[in-house]
Design a protein around this ligand. Structure first.
Ligand code: ATP
Ligand code: MG
Length: 577
């Protein structure tokens, strides 16, 4: 057990401590990856509650994913024990749901309103707009916050309320509307949560921002934490501009910077800083590695002939690193995992730009017997299997949800026994929703809302001894001792649709995504690419990602299979001697 802390601020460096101890009022913590932003936030809250006697029920901590919320809540429980129960830790959507449940009447809803899935939403939109095509148009304008033509919006909303349903957008948009229309109501919430913090503030969108403006009093205790260079959700409506103008929005705001990176070895930190430099939104960014790593400070670069070769490079590297076998000079020396012993599967992560790239990796892992858990940043309900399970469960009488999920998968799989693909999707869906089902006990309404708000990555199990396969978007905020970033090819990273021009508008966000990927690694980072790829059955040649060019060659080292195979027998001999 760790030695008891004298103060909850022990174990923070002077910059982190200054941030954790900062007095009330608007506060901006702007710092690069691995600098302990999340850790500092946790300690700040715990310190205020335990050592400054600030009532715990006045804290609202907002995170980006449910997985991050669970982790934050757990860390706060470790520090505060029972008192942590009074804190509110939630995503924006869960916060919106909480407000709507309390104010359902004002929103024209019953106490047990539901959250519509996309299929249901489309049916209602098609009815309101006159055709499926117009319905789709209505929904995408709604997503973008633009009104639809000819009152179709109003018809859509009316019908949704009649059905006692809200959609994903409503979860934040309706509370904004309610609080905006009634200042006394807004004031009640402001008094309820005088302390608000938002992690990953660089990815806030306009609706979330509007909600924050209503919930935070001017000059109030709002702490925003983030890194503009890690803004990667612009494609979904997030706007890093809200971060950049925080000190104007909240006059009198203090700004604190953290510059020490505890997560990664110096090669990884230096390479990441070089990689982001051409597009950095943080002028004069300072980030230096201070972690105590003995690893050889090089990043492995691997070029494979094709995708399958790239995937088997990953599988074989994992096998060798697990066995503690050195097989090229980068890997001489033993790598240790987060448990400080040798590595185990959960110490590895494979990152890729598009979900489709996971196919080759999974094939290689299945062949090599490497266990994995694959998670994307997509919403859970985007998966047909999850929708089928939700429908099945909503129709059946109650009981423990976890049990019902298991039997629904077996039900449904029998019924579709001739459709292998559908069954595989159902089994994956079952695996994804089971932890949520267990958490929700018998509360079907809670489970269905959690499904409607959840993303696949929320179901990432940090305790499972499996390699994590993640899209770059899903990997935000996470860290692993060993990271493979595959597909460092032009057209994949930066990603471009076939025929799309180079240097398009989204390319800076792509570079930030690359930056996020590099900085997930603690001790070992491998960047790989494939000379040839196949798209829809057609092979094509690739060029290396231009993002690699920014990294100084002195920080990298080519690692290839050939030298590995050549070296192995010699090593065996030496060991025999
Ligand atoms: P990201 O931008 O990726 O979300 P972050 O700034 O939130 O990163 P954390 O996840 O809080 O960083 O911390 C990164 C790692 O560094 C964690 O393993 C954390 O425990 C460790 N760490 C942070 N501060 C310290 C410290 N003062 N001493 C030792 N370890 C630290
Ligand atoms: Mg963080």
């Amino acid at each position: 057990p760790a030695p008891a802390l004298r103060s909850l601020l022990d174990g923070l460096d002077p910059e982190q401590r200054a941030a954790a101890e900062a007095p009330g009022g608007p506060l901006l913590i702007v710092a690069g990856p691995g600098t302990g932003k999340t850790r500092t936030l946790t300690r700040r809250i715990a310190h205020l509650v335990a050592e400054r006697d600030v009532p715990a029920d006045g804290f609202l901590a907002i995170t980006f994913t449910r997985r991050a919320a669970d982790e934050l809540a757990e860390r706060l429980r470790d520090l505060l024990g029972e008192r942590a129960r009074d804190l509110t830790v939630a995503t924006f959507h869960r916060l919106g749901l909480l407000i709507l449940r309390e104010q359902h009447e004002r929103a024209g809803l019953s106490a047990s309103f539901g959250i519509a899935d996309t299929a249901r939403q489309l049916a209602v939109a098609a009815e309101a707009a006159g055709s499926e095509q117009e319905g789709r148009r209505l929904l995408s304008r709604r997503d973008a916050g633009e009104p639809a033509a000819g009152g179709a919006d109003a018809a859509y909303e009316r019908r949704m309320r009649e059905l006692d349903l809200v959609d994903f957008i409503d979860l934040v948009a309706l509370p904004v509307r309610l609080l905006d229309a009634d200042d006394a109501l807004a004031d009640r919430y402001r008094r309820r949560w005088p302390w608000i913090s938002v992690d990953e503030y660089q990815d806030v969108d306009e609706r979330q921002y509007a909600l924050l403006r209503l919930l935070a009093s001017p000059g109030g205790n709002l702490t925003a934490i983030g890194d503009p260079d890690q803004a990667i959700y612009g494609f979904r409506g997030a706007d890093v501009g809200f971060f950049l103008r925080f000190t104007e929005d909240f006059p009198g705001a203090a700004a604190v910077r953290l510059g020490r990176n505890y997560r990664s070895n110096s090669a990884i930190v230096d390479a990441a800083v070089q990689a982001i430099a051409p597009a950095s939104l943080v002028p004069g960014r300072e980030l230096r590695a201070v972690g105590d790593f003995t690893d050889p400070p090089r990043i492995g670069l691997h070029t494979a002939a094709d995708e399958q070769g790239e995937a088997s490079f990953v599988a074989r590297s994992i096998d060798r690193l697990l066995g503690g076998t050195s097989w090229h000079s980068l890997d001489s020396g033993r790598v240790t995992g987060d448990g400080d012993g040798g590595l185990s599967f959960s110490d590895f992560c494979v990152l890729y730009r598009t979900d489709a790239q996971s196919e080759a990796v999974m094939r290689a892992f299945n062949t090599a017997g490497v266990p994995y858990q694959k998670r994307s940043h997509d919403r859970l309900l985007a998966r047909p299997g999850v929708r089928m399970l939700a429908d099945e469960l909503a129709r059946r009488p109650d009981g423990p949800l976890a049990e019902r999920v298991r039997s629904a998968v077996a039900l449904l799989c029998d019924r579709h026994a001739d459709d292998e693909e559908r069954c595989a999707d159902l089994r994956t869906a079952g695996e994804l929703v089971l932890p949520l089902a267990a958490e929700c006990g018998r509360d079907l309404g809670e489970f269905l809302s959690a499904l409607a708000m959840g993303a696949e990555v929320d179901a990432l199990d940090p305790r499972a001894d499996r390699v994590a396969l993640l899209t770059l978007h899903a990997a935000k905020g996470l860290e692993f001792p060993v990271v493979f970033l595959v597909g460092c090819d032009d057209g994949l990273l930066p990603f471009r649709l076939p025929g799309e021009a180079r240097g398009a508008a989204g390319e800076n966000e792509e570079r930030r995504l690359f930056f996020v990927g590099l900085t997930r690694a603690r001790r070992r980072l491998y960047l790989s690419r494939s000379r040839r790829r196949t798209r829809r059955g057609t092979p094509y040649d690739t060029a290396p990602s231009a993002f690699l060019e920014a990294i100084d060659p002195s920080l990298t080292m080519p690692v290839d299979e050939e030298s590995a195979t050549r070296r192995r027998p010699r090593e065996k001999q030496m060991r025999l001697l």
